[in-house]
Design a protein around this ligand. Structure first.
Ligand code: F0G
Length: 436
């Protein structure tokens, strides 16, 4: 690939700083936590960033054929991570569409169209590719041979694909029977060694941290601070799509809380750099039975894990989110809010998103479900400019779709059921089947 500006620098222009105790650590070392147990932030020295990163430069890169410029992550390299070009593993991730739907805006209660940034349009079908290109590139820079993650499915699909491309061994830890088939299929297809743990995501997460330390494997869950840097690029690209017109609200689903932390971090950095004049408010939406952040937020108490999280939106079936402190910090900085949505509300919202011709997996649609509640409560004004992040592709979870339309999802009333119709192979029967 062509050398990005800032490549081949010998001294990285960032450090790792503990979110809890502020202790600083070297920029490039195999480390996910501070000695105190706190998670780490990548703290950039933007003063050392090469060249002006103006909107015009970023637009020129969007039209360029250079490999790094074709990526919706590395196009923003000065703000993401000025890593030497030879380490970068990219699949031209990002470059996702920003949809606009008057129907979905009206359904959510807004007076204007709802905008939806569809991160399911990434190479492996979820927003995880943005963080993964950075984590796998750092793994290469560190000379690692193997990577691992615990996952509800999308991280593992993404990691397996990028690791295969980079020639790294991939180890996937998933909660047995609790991830959507499309995602399990991807992990197997891309050659990840897939270990189904008899337990939930939180158990798998605890184990994978221990396994990585024991075996010298590089951990690429969002506890890895470089994942967060890549995920910030959702925000950067969204603002570029909007021609730097900052929306009033950004609404997104919350599970392990890496994505919301990343977007808030990116906002804080752009604001400090003077690239945006004001901050949008962030709304994080959790599933109602996997809602530790919602409870912490509404009670003001420290986060208490949910022991047995439940939701049809398996991507966000997480009871003990790793990045909760970073997320709360971001919510405080952006005057954000937390909402929750029941499975019925999530599937209702999904039916609307799908029927609009856009489509997304259940967890993604928690954002639209939560938005509807926030508008009804008057938290989000009806006239607000809102962008919802759709995090995963509609095909990730075909069982949820077919189950919904056939009416076989337990506890869900499918208001927009569109079941398949079977008929005899005759013209009359087929014409008859067109009705109804
Ligand atoms: N939406 C989808 C489709 C996801 O896959 C995830 C997380 C989230 C939302 C929540 O994002 O964790 O940053 O708050 N999936 C992870 C995984 C946990 O393993 O794929 P978050």
């Amino acid at each position: 690939m062509s050398a990005p500006a800032g490549a081949d620098r010998t001294a990285p222009a960032w450090v790792l700083r503990c979110v809890d105790c502020a202790r600083e650590h070297a920029a490039l070392e195999v480390r996910y936590r501070c000695e105190c147990g706190g998670t780490l932030d990548v703290v950039h020295d933007f003063g050392a960033a090469p060249g002006p990163v103006s909107p015009a430069t970023l637009d020129a890169r969007r039209g360029s054929f250079a490999s790094a410029d074709c990526s919706g992550v590395w196009r923003f390299r000065e703000w993401v991570l000025p890593l030497a070009a030879e380490h970068i593993v990219t699949r031209a991730e990002g470059n996702t569409h920003l949809y606009e739907s008057a129907a979905l805006g009206a359904w959510a209660g807004l007076e204007r169209p709802l905008q939806l940034k569809h991160e399911g349009e990434n190479p492996t079908g979820s927003f995880k590719d943005r963080g993964m290109t950075v984590a796998i590139s750092v793994a290469r820079a560190l000379g690692m041979r193997a990577v691992a993650c615990a996952s509800t499915g999308n991280t593992s699909a993404s990691m397996s694909a990028y690791a295969a491309q980079a020639g790294l061994r991939a180890y996937v830890f998933i909660p047995e029977g609790r991830i959507a088939y499309g995602k399990l299929g991807q992990s197997l297809a891309y050659g990840g060694r897939t270990i189904q743990v008899r337990g939930n995501f939180d158990a798998a997460m605890t184990l994978v941290e221990q396994v990585c330390l024991a075996r010298g494997i590089y951990l690429v869950n969002s506890v890895n601070p470089f994942r967060i840097e890549g995920q910030k690029a959702i925000l950067f690209e969204l603002l570029q799509d909007l021609r730097w017109d900052v929306p009033d609200w950004i609404v997104l689903p919350g599970g392990n809380l890496g994505n919301s932390s990343a977007i808030a971090k990116g906002l804080a950095e752009l604001h400090a750099l003077g690239a945006i004049a004001r901050l949008p408010r962030i709304a994080v939406v959790q599933a109602a039975l996997a809602n530790p952040l919602f409870t912490a937020w509404t009670t003001g108490a420290p986060l208490v894990p949910v022991a047995d999280p439940q939701t049809l939106a398996t991507a966000i079936r997480i009871g003990s989110p790793v990045s909760w402190r970073k997320c709360l910090r971001g919510l405080n900085a952006t005057n954000g809010v937390v909402e929750q949505a029941t499975d019925q509300q999530i599937m209702d919202a999904k039916a609307e998103v799908d029927a609009a011709g856009i489509g997304a997996e259940p967890a993604s649609c928690a954002s639209v479900a939560g938005l509807r509640t926030l508008v009804a409560r008057g938290v989000v004004p009806r006239g607000a400019h809102v962008v919802a992040i759709l995090t995963g592709h509609v095909l990730k979870d075909p069982d949820a779709i077919v189950g919904y339309h056939r009416g076989t999802l337990e506890g869900i009333v499918p208001a927009r059921a569109n079941p398949p119709v079977t008929c005899d192979a005759t013209l009359d029967a087929v014409l008859g089947a067109l009705e109804g």
